[in-house]
Every structure is written in structure tokens, then in C-alpha cells.
Design a protein around this ligand. Sequence first.
Ligand code: FNR
Length: 189
Amino acid sequence: ATYKIGYFVGSLAAASINRTLSKAVIQLSPSELEFTEIPIKDLPLYSWDYDNDYPPEGRALKEAIEASDGILFVSPEYNRSIPGALKNAIDWGSRPWGQNSFARKPTAIIGTSPGGIGTAVMQSNMRSVLSFLDAPQFNSEGYITFDADAYNENGECTDESTAGFLRHYMSEFAAFVERVLVANAPGHI
Ligand code: FNR
């Protein structure tokens, strides 16, 4: 089977190291996974004033989440938490009340930073948010300390140890997506 993975890049920076990581992750993923980016940069700041009439960017975001079999977040850690642009996108996807697009969606979180803890605190914060949103979470942790020499100009990971980790992580995520989709199918409790 093939599974559609919608992915978020939590950075708006042109030279984002997390965008670099996202390219490497996609290249190292099993061929059963098909990736589509869910863009966040043009979303207005969310307010519940929009709930009666979502703008096109908000509708497109919710449709992209709902059309995905699984969701991958590739994000930096800003000030020990989730970057504001990504949190804003999650808020859009979670509303209007009762129409949370993340419910029952299998999710995974990975990220990179120059520092040694490799976005661990952001990921911990993300798990609280995704738990509240009833999104099943892949348990494996992907904390990647960024080494510029480990990626070429096409975003390919040239470091065998990191590449091996990412390949295994994504193959396990594919299996997790499959398990959640089976459990979500009609006829299962
Ligand atoms: C950072 N950075 C950072 N790094 C980290 O490991 N923990 C942190 O809490 C923070 N906080 C933080 C706040 C803000 C506002 C910025 C701009 C940066 C450093 C960060 O990891 C580094 O700039 C990365 O390049 C960010 O990833 P992107 O945006 O390049 O993908």
C-alpha cells in the first residue's frame, strides 16, 4: 500500500536547517510514503472570529490534513518550544470546535538544531498539543544535532550514521501509520 504523508516544516527561514532535514527525510523514506508539504507561511494569525467563515488558506490547510494518511512535523525549537508559525497552523487545523482535523491522524515529530538536545523540548511540547488534539503519535524520538557537512546541496544526507537513523525512523513511522489506519477502519472498535 502507499500512504499519503502531509508534512509541515516549522521554519519560515529561507535557509532553514529543518527544511534541509525534511528533504533528507523524504529521500530516505520507504517508497510507500508519498509526501506533500502543507504550507503555513500565508496563514493569517488564527482567531475564533474566523470560525464561521474560514479564509481559503485555513480551508486549504484543513483539507490537506484531512487528505493525508499521516502527518510529519519537521520543526525547529524556538525558545524551548514550538515555533509560533507552526503553532498557529496547528491552531487553524484544530478548529472550528468539533472539527479538529488532527483527530485520529497518525503523527510523527522530528527536528534539528545546532545544539546538543536537537529540539527535544519542542518535541515534548508538541506531544502535549497532539495529545490534546487526539492525534496518535509515533513514539520514536528524532533529535538531530545539525551538522552542515552531513548534507549535500540537494539536501541528501551524506553521513551514513544519520542516514541510517532516518531510514529506520521513517520505515518504522510507515508501519505505525499502517497500524493506526487499520485500527481506524470501519468495523474496528
Ligand atoms: C533559536 N534556536 C534555538 N535552538 C535550540 O536548540 N533551542 C532553542 O530553544 C532555540 N531558540 C531559538 C529561538 C529563536 C527565535 C531562533 C531564531 C533560534 C537556534 C535554532 O536552532 C537555529 O536558529 C536553527 O537554525 C533554527 O532552525 P531553522 O529555522 O533553520 O529550521
